[in-house]
Write a protein that binds this ligand. Structure first.
Ligand code: F6P
Length: 481
């Protein structure tokens, strides 16, 4: 049990907001990793006496809690076997495909589940140790769905929020999971469970009702107390996440980024239409569908490589997971085939970049791109779409956006919506985007920018924490259920 000097706000996420590196002498150093979540939470963490519990990203790395940028960072140690079973296994080869419409088949292994439970308990123990009495703990994402319940058992005084960054599947798919009841019970340990879309929240409430028999009324699930009388209430609602829109907007206006955008376009031979895809190399992103559509447009002669080129940034991701290795093979074979067939000296059809880039380079790429292609088969939100919009203070550019993204729910009308499974339909939309009249681009982009600049990530975290902190704190004696 913490003393009264614990932390008022504790964030629990799979990763810490820093990257560790081991120096030549075996010394450990860390650098801030500029992820979206840390940008979102930094202001509230610094203002609120905050601690962040997370994994360092490396095996067997043990480190005492330390202070960085005004918050306490609390590293959780994972062994190589736990990384294989909890992170690569249960999180990314069971839950990730199951929650993304089983695009790849989920694998169900009892050893992975055991590791998931054990590691979730470790995160819960670390959070319980740091939180002040009556404090707020905000748990993030699918890797840590058991933490709310474990934490409530340890610390019934806390107000506990959970935010799911990825989709929550319909009960018809979720029910495949052998440990479905445990996951629902884990999440129901929270006072507030947040999702990207109203549809995700509705899927969760339906699964909770079906699998537990608890009463639900709209977004509220009522958990009975020990005597079977109505006890605690859990609210499930949508809180669509965003980006630091103003920072991105400012970055994209700098002379350096503007000059770099021109340079990129010139290096590509100043094509009439530069199309851009930016994704983690993940099978949920529809990268193959997009490249296939582009290849067919070249086949059909509706586009040609002298006038239209595709830049595909595919940042390395989860490289030890089989489905990601297979995807890489498939994408690279496809890119090679199309480039071999249609490339000319000085004009590649597809510029495929298996790298990550800093925000300055990304902003320049967005500015250079006439069309952004977001063709996910399923995507919790898709922040790339929002970054593109935030970068376009010139009100130019066209956004092709899959209807299976959270962003489509939030940003429509404005983007050109596509069903990435419908290759013919997608080809027509890509051509429409490539030939869109500048006035139409402006009309759409202005509407999109109003939305993205108003609903930024600071508003997202304030809204979530506002709802969570409105839950009255509980005395330590209350029935923890
Ligand atoms: O979208 C879910 C998510 O976990 C993000 O929070 C994260 O940025 C991304 O996937 C990459 O995940 P990983 O931690 O597996 O590299």
């Amino acid at each position: 049990m913490p003393g009264k000097d614990g932390y008022d706000l504790v964030v629990v996420a799979n990763r810490l907001p820093v990257d560790f590196s081991v120096g030549p002498e075996g010394d450990l150093t860390w650098q801030r990793s500029p992820g979206g979540l840390v940008t979102a939470l930094e202001p509230v963490m610094q203002g609120a006496d905050g601690a962040w519990v997370g994994w360092s990203g490396a095996p067997d790395l043990a480190h005492e809690p330390f202070t960085a940028d005004g918050m306490l960072l609390v590293p959780v140690t994972l062994s190589a076997q736990e990384i294989a079973r909890y992170y690569e296994g249960f999180s990314n080869a069971t839950l990730w495909p199951l929650y993304h419409d089983v695009i790849a088949p989920p694998a169900y292994h009892r050893q992975w589940w055991d590791a998931y439970r054990r590691v979730n308990q470790r995160f819960a123990d670390a959070a319980a140790e740091q939180a002040a009495e009556g404090g707020v703990v905000w748990v993030h994402d699918y890797q840590l769905q058991l933490v709310p319940r474990m934490l409530r058992d340890l610390r019934p005084d806390l107000r506990i929020g959970f935010f799911d960054h990825i989709p929550f599947p319909p009960v018809e798919l979720f029910a495949q999971l052998p440990w479905r009841r445990q996951i629902i019970d884990g999440l129901l340990g929270a006072d507030l469970v947040g999702f990207q879309r109203t549809g995700d929240a509705a899927n969760f409430v339906r699964s909770a009702r079906r699998l537990t028999g608890y009463t639900t009324r709209g977004p509220v699930i009522t958990i009975p107390d020990a005597d079977g009388r109505p006890g605690r209430h859990v609210r499930a609602s949508s809180f669509p996440i965003s980006i630091d829109s103003h920072r991105f907007d400012t970055l994209a206006r700098t002379p350096e980024v503007q000059a770099r955008a021109k340079e990129i376009k010139a290096d590509l031979g100043n094509p009439d239409t530069l199309m851009l895809g930016v994704d983690r190399l993940d099978y949920t992103k529809g990268i193959r569908h997009r490249i296939k559509a582009y290849g067919e447009l070249l086949d059909d002669g509706r586009l040609d490589v002298e006038h239209a080129t595709l830049v595909q940034v595919a940042s390395p991701s989860r490289e030890n997971v089989g489905a990601y290795q297979e995807l890489r093979e498939h994408v690279e074979v496809l890119v090679g085939r199309i480039n071999g067939e249609y490339g000319e000296l000085g004009h590649s059809a597809i510029h495929y970049l298996h790298h990550s880039y800093p925000p300055e380079e990304m902003a320049a790429l967005y500015l250079a791109a006439d069309v952004l292609l977001v063709t996910s088969l399923r995507d919790g939100m898709n922040l790339v779409a929002k970054e593109y919009i935030a970068a376009r203070s010139d009100d130019r550019g066209a956004l092709v956006l899959s209807e299976f993204t959270g962003a489509a729910d939030e940003l429509s009308p404005g983007p050109l919506l596509v069903n990435p499974h419908d290759i013919d339909g997608m080809k027509d939309i890509i051509v429409a985007a490539a030939t869109m009249d500048p006035r139409e681009q402006r009309r759409r982009m202005r509407r999109l920018r109003r939305k993205v600049l108003a609903d930024d990530v600071a508003k997202w975290s304030e809204t979530f924490l506002g709802v969570l902190t409105a839950v009255p704190p509980r005395p330590l004696t209350v029935d923890p259920r």
